[in-house]
Design a protein around this ligand. Sequence first.
Ligand SMILES: [Zn+2]
Length: 442
Amino acid sequence: MAPELLIRARRAIVDGREVAASVRVRDGVIIAVEEFGADAAGAEAVELADDEVLLPGLVDTHVHVNEPGRTEWEGFASATRAAAAGGVTTIVDMPLNSIPPTTTVAGLEVKRATAWTQAYVDVGFWGGAIPDNLADLEPLHAAGVFGFKCFLLPSGVDEFPELSAVGLADALEETGRLGALLIAHAEDAKEVTDVSGRAYAGFVASRPPSAERTAIERLIATATLTGARAHVVHLSAAAALPAIRTARSAGVPLTVETCPHYLTLTAEEVPDGHTEFKCCPPIRDAANRDLLWEALADGTIDAVVSDHSPCVPELKRFDTGDFGEAWGGISSLQLGLPAVWTEARGRGHDLVDVVRWMASGPAGLVGLDRKGRIDAGADADLCAFAPEESFVVDPDRLWHKNPVSAYAGRTLSGTVRRTWLRGAPVDPTGPPRGRLLKRGQG
Ligand SMILES: [Zn+2]
C-alpha cells in the first residue's frame, strides 16, 4: 500500500474559507483536513511554496472534446492535458461535435472506448436530446450520463438538430420522469439573423440579447409546466437575468452557468475581422459584463465553466475575417482559472468565490459529491495555484490541440504550478490516469 501523503499549505480553500491546513491523503482520497503543523510521521510530506494556494481541482462541466469524428479540432489526450495544466481535474464532455454524437448508448460507448486510454483527468459525459431520440434518454441515463443537452436553435452541426417547442416539452417530460437534468443552449431562432462581414458589431447585432431572453423564457415556462430540472448553458445576455431571478424565486428548478469569456472580454475590444472571438451567444458590451458579475455575486449564476469549443484554424476563416463564415467557439479549458481570477480580483472577489463558481458549483450541478472540494471523503484532486504570478498568453504554449486563443497576448494573473489527480501529480508526458465517471458514482 502506498504511504499516506500530507500536503501542507499556508493558504488553502476549505469549506468556503481560506485557512492554513494540511490535507491527509490515502489511496487517492482525502481522509482528513488537519492543522498546518499536523504530524507527518509515516507520511510523504509536500509543502506548498509561500506564494501558492491549495485549491480543489476545478470541475468543468462544459467541454467539447470532439473525438472521435472531429479529432483534428480537439481530442481526449490534448483536452485533458490542457485541463490538468489549467487546474481542472474533472471535465464533462458535451454530446455534440464528435461523430457520433452522444445521443444513443452506442454513441456513448464509442466515446467511452475512445476516451478511457487517453484521459489525463477524470471524464464524464452528457447525453444529447434531439428530435427522434426520446426513447434513448432512459437507457443513456441508466448508462451514466450526467444529463441531456439540447439546442433551441440549429446547433451548427447536422447530426445534432435542435428541439422544437413540442420536442422541448417532450424532452423535459421525460427527463423529469427520470430525475435527470436537461441543459439547453438558449437562443431563439426567430430573433437571430444571418450575418456576413468582418464587423464585430454586425455579428453581435445578429444575435441580440432578446434572442437569449425569449428562449430562456420558453425554457422556464416549459420547466414550470413539467416540474423538471432545467439549466441554461453559457448565459451571455444580462437581459435574461430578471426572468431567471423571478423563476428561481418562484421555485422553478432552474440553474445557470456563464463562461470566462463573457466575464472577462467585451465587445468594445474585439477588433473587426478577429474571429477568434466568435462564439454563440456572442461576447457583449462592458455594461452587460458588469451585470453578469452582479449575478455571480448574488448567486443567480451558479457556475462558471469554459464552453471550450475549438476547431481547426482554417474554420475560423482568418483569411477573410468573416464573422458569418467562421466557426463559433472559444478555447479556454487551460485558461479559465487565470482569466476569471484576473477579473474577479479586480472586482474585489477572492479565491473562495472562484472555487465556488468553478469547482463546487459545477460539481453540485452534476452531483459529483467527491469532486470540487477539499474535505474528508473527497477525491484528492487538487491544484497548487500561485495567484500573484502573471503570464502572457502564448497560444503555441498551450496544450490545446490548435493554437487559436481569444486570450492571445493578454497578461493574466495566476499560474497553476501543479495538479494532483487522486493524490498523484498529473504528468502530461507520463501515462494517463484519468477515469471515466458515471452519474451517481463520483
Ligand atoms: Zn458548448
